[in-house]
Design a protein around this ligand. Structure first.
Ligand code: NAP
Length: 297
């Protein structure tokens, strides 16, 4: 279908650009960008993500470091490790895989990462910089969504009515900041929003980041709207097997939308490519080089 926004292809293109930039850093500057990923505990899904991140980091020519810590790791031990990584000149990006086990204070841990190496963009300094329109590290998932949207709209989102369903710190809120910066008129909806269907059906751009399988159907979407589905939900089919679906009911919405991201193959692949792009950008900034503009714009 021609209205499908191909996240896989877009992510592959971005990965190629990152690879080219890494080659430039190596050959012209003698620098190898490095990404350290820290995972605490045994959550199988998190381990899958971390493996995939490590593999792709190596594929673009960067150094990949993984620290796998036991579930019962103390806060002090984790803070010590982050401090060591903050001071390690061969590490330019640090990512602590979330969620952390309950006994660890997530805010404290995230805010202990050096802001210049915070490639997830969750440190309070980066959140503040983004919110005030200054140069920052931008969270990977909303950055990936923005790139897909700009690509689909020939780089011009000015004046469009954007509705984001979901107000999390990792997706909804930074997505709103990014779209505001593009001069969209932005609405953030959430679980307490009244007449949600009425709100979503006004949207030229609809971003769904809820975590509820196929909640948004064709009756909720304006004809021709661009729909970005961030949700990843595993559901049981009739044969008792499982499959991944988004927050958007693809079948009905794809008949109405002007553009729609599939799940899987939409936002997911872009998130990892944006993590690699952020690491390259962090490396450039730490080494006082110009931003590689084609990686973050
Ligand atoms: P989250 O922290 O759980 O936030 C969910 C948001 O949805 C909350 O703001 C919540 O509102 C809102 N919500 C829940 N039920 C609602 C309803 N019935 N109507 C309207 N709003 C409702 O989730 P998240 O971390 O942002 O993630 C959202 C989804 O994206 C999940 O499926 C997650 O797996 C996926 N995700 C995908 C990627 C990727 O790379 N593709 C990355 C991150 C997340 P309240 O604030 O009022 O509770």
């Amino acid at each position: 279908m021609e209205n499908i926004i191909d996240g896989k292809a877009c992510a592959a293109q971005l990965k190629q650009k990152v690879t080219a930039y890494v080659n430039f850093l190596k050959s012209e500057k003698g620098i190898v960008p490095g990404l350290a990923v820290v995972i605490v505990g045994d959550d199988p899904a998190s381990h899958v993500y971390v493996r995939s991140k490590g593999k792709q980091t190596t594929e673009v020519g960067m150094k990949s470091v993984e620290h796998k810590l036991a579930e019962e790791t103390s806060e002090n031990r984790l803070l010590e490790l982050i401090n060591t990584l903050n001071q390690d000149d061969t590490v330019h990006g640090i990512l602590v895989q979330l969620p952390l086990p309950k006994h660890l204070n997530e805010d404290l841990i995230i805010n202990s990462i050096a802001p210049s190496k915070d490639v997830d963009g969750f440190h309070i300094s980066n959140v503040g910089l983004l919110g005030t329109g200054q140069k920052s590290m931008v969270p990977c998932t909303p950055l990936g969504c923005l790139k897909l949207l700009k690509n689909h709209h020939n780089n011009n989102l000015i004046g469009l009515n954007a509705v984001i369903v979901g107000r999390s710190n990792i997706v909804g809120k930074p997505m709103a900041q990014l779209l505001l910066k593009e001069s969209c008129t932005v609405t953030i909806a959430h679980s307490k929003t009244r007449n949600l269907q009425q709100v979503t059906s006004q949207a030229d751009i609809l971003v769904a980041a809820v975590g509820r399988a196929e909640m948004i159907n064709g009756d909720w979407v304006k004809e021709g709207a661009t729909v970005i589905d961030v949700g990843i939900n595993r559901i049981y089919k009739n044969d008792n097997k499982t499959k991944l679906v988004g927050d958007v009911e693809f079948e009905s919405v794809s008949k109405i939308a002007g553009g729609i991201t599939p799940v899987p193959g939409g936002v997911g692949p872009m998130t990892i490519s944006c993590l690699l792009a952020n690491t390259a950008v962090a490396c450039a900034r730490i080494n006082a080089l110009e931003d590689p503009s084609d990686l973050i714009s």
